[in-house]
Design a protein around this ligand. Structure first.
Ligand code: HEC
Ligand code: HEC
Length: 304
């Protein structure tokens, strides 16, 4: 079935195949198609010469590298360099940003600060404050709007920078006396003032005599730091005792223990260990967790 055959109708040679009387004309490829085909052959040869193309021949390492020296590895390294320098720009902007509003007003910088802050928080802070900054007994929750040392952006940044009762010369510092352990108050007095403190956050059922005695002790021994009404003082890191939020626990035993021993929470200083832009990024992140005070006027200090 492969003898030469010319189609009678069109006068064109056929391929010589025949299926049930149907034959296939042997038309040449269209010219444009042929040119595209030749051009792609030429292009591929050029590509082999210029770009990495062929796997290693026996006795050769890797693959042919091409005369222009293009390499995905080099491209990735260059991309990483570009990323680093764009991060360096953002860090430089953070360094010079004067306050939260400046950072927040620039959406790109703000997103960068939050991301950098969150990642640094996971590395340096989560061990004590929890991965979600929710805190533990003795380690304050940073999500709520209750602040020991102030919840403005600047106050938070200062706390992170210098720490609390840390070894930094500019650290926040204050020390509640160990009223029981140091014999300043008897066990009975500690219990009276404990009952009084508990009553400040709405607990009821205490004896009037105990509350009176406790109230007197509070006014003379505690009010200088915790305030006449027990609402605390951010300048001394003295918690609000009226808000039912407790850094060291709010059961009768825990409150009694706090008064007995005088808690002394320590938070490390980060200046010197973290650079300034990272500290600013951390402050932006912590401030944005939802608890940041809008105005520092209302100190709202408290436990967790
Ligand atoms: C070694 C444990 C520890 C680590 C690590 C730590 N903190 Fe703290 N942090 C504390 C303690 C304890 C307090 C509460 C101190 C006190 O009782 O006044 C505190 C308090 C704070 C406060 C003040 C809260 C308030 O109510 O005023 C902020 C803000 C804070 N930490 C942020 C951070 C950030 C950000 C990091 C990471 C760079 C960090 N902390 C790492 C233990 C730690
Ligand atoms: C010199 C200032 C000062 C005086 C005086 C003082 N406190 Fe405190 N008190 C603090 C500070 C600061 C803290 C928080 C310590 C910390 O964060 O580790 C605190 C914490 C407490 C806590 C724990 C609160 C919590 O959230 O768990 C209780 C309870 C308490 N004080 C009761 C008293 C009572 C009662 C007196 C008086 C008998 C008193 N304090 C006197 C500064 C003081």
């Amino acid at each position: 079935m492969s003898d030469d055959h010319i189609d009678e109708e069109s006068g064109i040679a056929t391929t010589g195949h025949e299926w049930d009387g149907i034959r296939e004309l042997d038309n040449p490829m269209p010219r444009w198609w042929l040119w595209v085909f030749y051009a792609s052959i030429v292009w591929s040869i050029g590509y082999w010469v210029l770009m990495p193309a062929w796997p290693a021949l026996p006795g050769m390492q890797g693959h042919t590298t091409g005369v222009v020296g293009n390499s995905e590895r080099v491209n990735v390294a260059a991309d990483l360099d570009a990323l680093q320098s764009s991060r360096a720009d953002s860090f430089a902007e953070l360094e010079s940003a004067s306050g939260y509003d400046v950072i927040e007003a620039d959406p790109v910088l703000f997103r960068f600060a939050l991301a950098a802050g969150e990642s640094a928080f996971g590395n340096f802070c989560a061990t004590c404050h929890g991965a979600g900054a929710q805190g533990f007994v003795g380690y304050p929750n940073l999500n709520d709007d209750v602040w020991l040392w102030g919840g403005s952006f600047d106050a938070i940044r200062t706390t992170i920078r210098y720490g609390i009762r840390s070894d930094h010369p500019d650290t926040h510092f204050s020390q509640m006396p160990a009223f029981g352990a140091d014999g300043l108050l008897s066990r009975e007095d500690v219990r009276h003032v404990r009952d009084y403190v508990l009553s400040l956050s709405g607990n009821a059922g205490f004896e009037a005599a105990a509350l009176n005695a406790g109230g007197e002790i509070f006014a003379s021994q505690c009010a200088t730091c915790h305030g006449d009404n027990g609402t605390g003082d951010v300048s001394q890191g003295a918690p609000d005792l009226t808000d039912a939020i407790w850094l060291y626990g709010g059961s009768a035993e825990q409150v009694e223990a706090s008064i007995w021993r005088g808690p002394f929470g320590v938070m490390p200083a980060w200046e010197g260990r973290l650079d300034d832009p990272t500290i600013t990024a951390l402050a932006t992140y912590v401030y944005s967790l939802g608890g940041g005070e809008i105005a520092p006027a209302n100190n709202g200090a408290g436990g967790e």
